[in-house]
Write a protein of this length. Structure first.
Length: 441
């Protein structure tokens, strides 16, 4: 048994026993109340899922196993770079332990060994029109690799429930290992005439991904990919793609099928596709104003025009957060160190000066602050990755670590099929009438 699998088994077995005892003693304890606005409002804020890798706080932002992003930047191994290695974050999400440099080096090599993509996946991609959105290609590629699923094969062979976590672990490790190769193939096929770049397995996972994309040979871009892959990896279980992963996985669908569904969810403009909308909006603004060095006043006027036309300011607002997204701040700090003279990056910072005050002045916006999408596009453009439609694929490669770690935990803890109750409007009207009738006159 490999060292990560062994630690995961020990930790998950312990947590499973603790959860079993806790639930037995407190199963009727009331956690939260649901109101009618939540029934109609997308189940916003309803506590109804166990998700081990991360927890999102409205004021502190995302915490991975209790660690903030600045703490991760300080504590996680960095290998040969200056930013934390995503391998270290995956180890943390799986085991609740900060790994050593040696453990992270082992995981890098292990993913390199598992990274071979089946030829039929490349053939499938080559049959698609070049106009196919990169996320469409990504989802199809993931589904095609399901032929490699250990979970599906072992389930067909009759494995017992106590083995589910083991098969899920193998699929998670294999899938994460293959995704950078698949994503880079889609990128080079779609935007660089299928001039593909072979992997360099002497590099860590994110640096090798940067190498295969081929947009920049700088060490800074490799560091950006390490940072990007780390901060986008998870955002607790309630967001659409994570929840989709959990829901599909709860049927005992294998991790490949579950992750393909999660990526279809990520591709929506109210979720992961928003990152391409931000940079498109910024370029539309500077093109209309006629300069890449707009004044604060010019930006303010354009923001007001956008709002007046009935549109939102992309990259601002979040369903949970009530302060600037720590992931935005991490990217801003990176940009200040390495690319502070970039014109579009400086536009992002000026927008940050302007937008929160305008949104607060409307009196209706709960969170006027920037989210992670508000900054990422400008940094990618700086290093030459200016094909906006590919940005959500980058997001998806990173998000794989969090949702696949969570699926390992779901199978280890034996979490059940998800089956919430739905009602129709007649039921709601009758319920409201019954409540009113029960109130004394």
């Amino acid at each position: 048994m490999d060292p990560l699998k062994k630690k995961f088994f020990q930790k998950s077995f312990q947590v499973k026993q603790e959860a079993k005892e806790l639930l037995a003693e407190n199963k009727n304890l009331k956690v939260a109340e649901v109101n009618l606005s939540q029934v109609f409002g997308g189940a916003r804020g309803i506590i109804m899922m166990l998700w081990e890798p991360s927890l999102l706080d409205a004021n502190e932002g995302i915490r991975f196993r209790g660690y903030s992003i600045p703490e991760l930047q300080e504590k996680l191994p960095k290998g040969e770079g200056r930013e934390p290695l995503p391998e270290g974050l995956f180890w943390l999400m799986m085991t609740d332990e900060i790994p050593t440099e040696e453990e992270v080096a082992w995981l890098s090599k292990e993913w390199a060994k598992r990274s071979n993509v089946p030829e039929h996946t490349f053939r499938l991609l080559d049959q698609l029109p070049l106009s196919a959105h990169p996320m469409t290609q990504f989802s199809l590629a993931i589904t095609s690799m399901q032929t490699e699923s250990c979970f599906a094969r072992r389930y067909d062979e009759g494995m017992g429930k106590t083995e589910y976590w083991d098969a899920a672990y193998e699929d998670a490790m294999n899938l994460i290992a293959k995704l950078p190769r698949v994503a880079a193939y889609i990128y080079r096929r779609s935007f660089h005439g299928s001039n593909h770049i072979q992997p360099n397995h002497s590099l860590d996972w994110a640096a090798n991904f940067a190498h295969m994309l081929g947009v920049s040979k700088s060490d800074d871009f490799k560091d950006l990919m390490r940072l990007y892959m780390t901060i986008h990896a998870d955002h607790e279980g309630g967001n659409a793609s994570a929840h989709t992963m959990h829901l599909i996985g709860s049927t005992l669908a294998d991790p490949y099928i579950s992750f393909a569904g999660a990526m279809n969810s990520l591709a929506g403009p109210l979720h992961g596709l928003a990152n391409q909308e931000v940079i498109k909006w910024i370029f539309e603004m500077v093109n209309k104003i006629g300069t890449r060095e707009p004044s604060v006043e010019q930006i303010s006027n354009y923001v007001h025009e956008t709002i007046s036309s009935g549109k939102v300011i992309p990259g601002y607002g979040h369903a949970v957060l009530r302060k600037p997204d720590p992931r935005f701040i991490a990217q801003m700090e990176f940009a200040k160190k390495y690319i502070s003279d970039d014109e579009i990056v400086n536009v992002v910072w000026k927008i940050f000066e302007v937008v929160p005050g305008i949104l607060q002045g409307l009196g209706k916006v709960k969170n006027p602050w920037p989210n992670v999408d508000a900054h990422s596009g400008a940094m990618l453009v700086h290093y030459g990755l200016d094909q906006f439609s590919f940005y959500t694929v980058l997001f998806g490669v990173s998000r794989a670590m969090g949702v696949l770690a969570a699926q390992c935990w779901s199978r280890a803890l034996g979490l059940p099929l998800e089956r919430p109750k739905s009602v129709n409007l007649d039921w709601v009207k009758q319920f409201v009438a019954d409540q009113k009738a029960a109130v004394p006159a």
